[in-house]
Design a protein around this ligand. Structure first.
Ligand SMILES: C[S@@+](CC[C@H](N)C(=O)[O-])C[C@H]1O[C@@H](n2cnc3c(N)ncnc32)[C@H](O)[C@@H]1O
Length: 211
């Protein structure tokens, strides 16, 4: 591995041009104690949304709306983002950010609730993209319901797949690291998915539903 890899990763993280509203929403998220997606993750999510011409995206983990803003930018003007979070205060901030960025309320459906309660009520095989931006143990529990919601050709994106750079170290056996490691392998080994692990920010698992 080249000694310049760390420099290249920093460059990659700073490479995307982030909109003013996303930058402000990130600051607000940090103030409120969460970890919004980085500009590089946001840009990757936007690219994935655009690549499947997404009109319908479901996101778990609204936060203050940073990832939501990137996803909305990747969809056409008729695209609809459904975003779920347990925290009402965070979702108020996200709504404010979506409004300030000029996204009409008709493009966003903000649902407060626990994903494990909400997702089973969402339509099967009808979403172009599902994003899980929660901790690895939650993501592992939500992966099957997320795949169920995807149409064939749709894309699942899971953040924190390298969990604090611990996943690659076999000596790390704490619960969240194991959950992230096992989730990656289980998505990789499914025959109905084509899965790739991208070393963006804290790791981004991307799976395309094939059947
Ligand atoms: C990393 S933050 C999301 C950041 C957001 N995607 C952004 O970029 O601004 C994770 C969020 O997931 C929410 N969350 C965690 N577990 C959840 C669950 N089981 N159901 C719904 N929301 C959950 C938390 O309240 C938190 O706001």
């Amino acid at each position: 591995m080249s000694a310049d890899k760390t420099l290249s990763w920093s460059y990659t993280e700073e490479f995307p041009r982030e909109g003013e509203q996303a930058a402000q929403a990130r600051l607000r998220g940090i103030e409120l104690g969460i970890s919004p997606v980085s500009p590089a993750t946001g840009a990757a999510l936007r690219m994935l949304a655009a690549s499947v011409a997404a009109k319908s995206i479901a996101e778990i983990g609204t936060g203050t709306g940073v990832s939501g803003l990137w996803l909305l930018d990747g969809m056409g003007a008729d695209g609809m983002l459904t975003t779920i979070d347990v925290e009402a205060e965070l979702q108020r901030e996200a709504r404010r950010a979506f409004d300030a960025a000029g996204h009409p309320g008709s493009r966003t459906r903000v649902i407060r609730g626990r994903a494990s309660d909400v997702m089973p009520r969402m339509a099967e095989r009808s979403y172009d993209m599902v994003v899980l931006d929660v901790e690895p143990d939650e993501a592992a529990a939500l992966a099957d319901p997320a795949v169920r919601m995807l149409r064939v050709g749709g894309v699942l994106a899971v953040t924190h797949a390298l969990w604090k750079d611990h996943v690659a170290d076999p000596a790390r056996r704490d619960a969240l690291t194991v959950a992230a490691r096992e989730l990656g392998k289980s998505l990789r080994d499914r025959e109905d998915l084509l899965t790739s692990l991208l070393p963006v920010e804290d790791g981004l698992l991307v799976s395309i539903r094939q059947a």
